[in-house]
Design a protein around this ligand. Structure first.
Ligand SMILES: C[S@@+](CC[C@H](N)C(=O)[O-])C[C@H]1O[C@@H](n2cnc3c(N)ncnc32)[C@H](O)[C@@H]1O
Length: 212
């Protein structure tokens, strides 16, 4: 794991994401991340019954939440969580375009308290920015109930991430590290998912975990 992002404060990082918000959504689609998220969320798992409560943590411009709605439909009580206001605006508009009126929370994971537990947590490329990833996974665990699911996407070691790090100072994780972090933070790893092609296959990996 790279432990080299500590000099980037929360405020500096959020300002960087504020500035990136205008182009983030197009970039995610062009580089294949939206399709990658669709593939991950389509992997076999029991479909949510009724109105599932779902939160996208570090939603950015909403690509992961959009993929969720594309797979599971509009029967979703969706919350978008991100400290960047401009990112949240893009995400809200993207979800509105899919017929979902999402709640928003302009906050960091560690400062967020929901009104009620969620059934599914989406978290793509966000624990990379959390100073203590184990604490972040425990904070995510506190947002759900036993049997709730975490759909986690995390960066992995690859030279592509060395280049991306120059801009974002993010961490990367071996899959064994993620498995260990999940098991000490109240989660049981159910499966992991290798993105099949393009930049996502080089930069990232998906993990589905169940709250215990
Ligand atoms: C790499 S982007 C990923 C965005 C989106 N999940 C995606 O896959 O396109 C990271 C996002 O996490 C947000 N973020 C950073 N630190 C966070 C924290 N501690 N809690 C919640 N969100 C955070 C950033 O503002 C940014 O929008």
């Amino acid at each position: 794991m790279l432990r080299l992002m500590t000099d980037v404060s929360h405020q500096t990082l959020t300002k960087r994401y504020d500035r990136a918000a205008g182009v983030w959504g197009d970039k995610m689609r062009t580089l294949g991340y939206y399709d990658a998220y669709l593939g991950f969320l389509s992997s076999p798992v029991s479909r949510p019954e009724g109105m599932a409560r779902v939160v996208d943590i570090g939603c950015g411009s909403g690509a992961f939440a959009e993929a969720w709605v594309a797979i599971h439909g509009q029967q979703t009580a969706l919350t978008l969580l991100d400290p960047s206001g401009p990112m949240l605006s893009r995400a809200t508009a993207a979800l509105a375009g899919r017929g979902v009126a999402a709640e928003t929370a302009e906050a960091r994971l560690d400062t967020y308290t929901p009104g009620a537990p969620f059934d599914h947590l989406l978290a793509a490329h966000v624990i990379e920015h959390c100073p203590d990833p184990e604490a972040a996974l425990a904070q995510m665990r506190a947002l759900t109930h036993p049997d709730g699911r975490l759909w986690l996407v995390a960066s992995k070691p690859h030279w592509c991430n060395a280049i991306i790090w120059l801009q974002w100072r993010h961490r990367t994780f071996q899959s064994e590290e993620i498995a260990a972090l999940l098991s000490t933070s109240g989660w049981e790893l159910e499966s992991d998912y290798a993105f099949p092609a393009g930049p996502p296959s080089r930069t990232s990996r998906g993990y589905l975990a169940r709250a215990v």
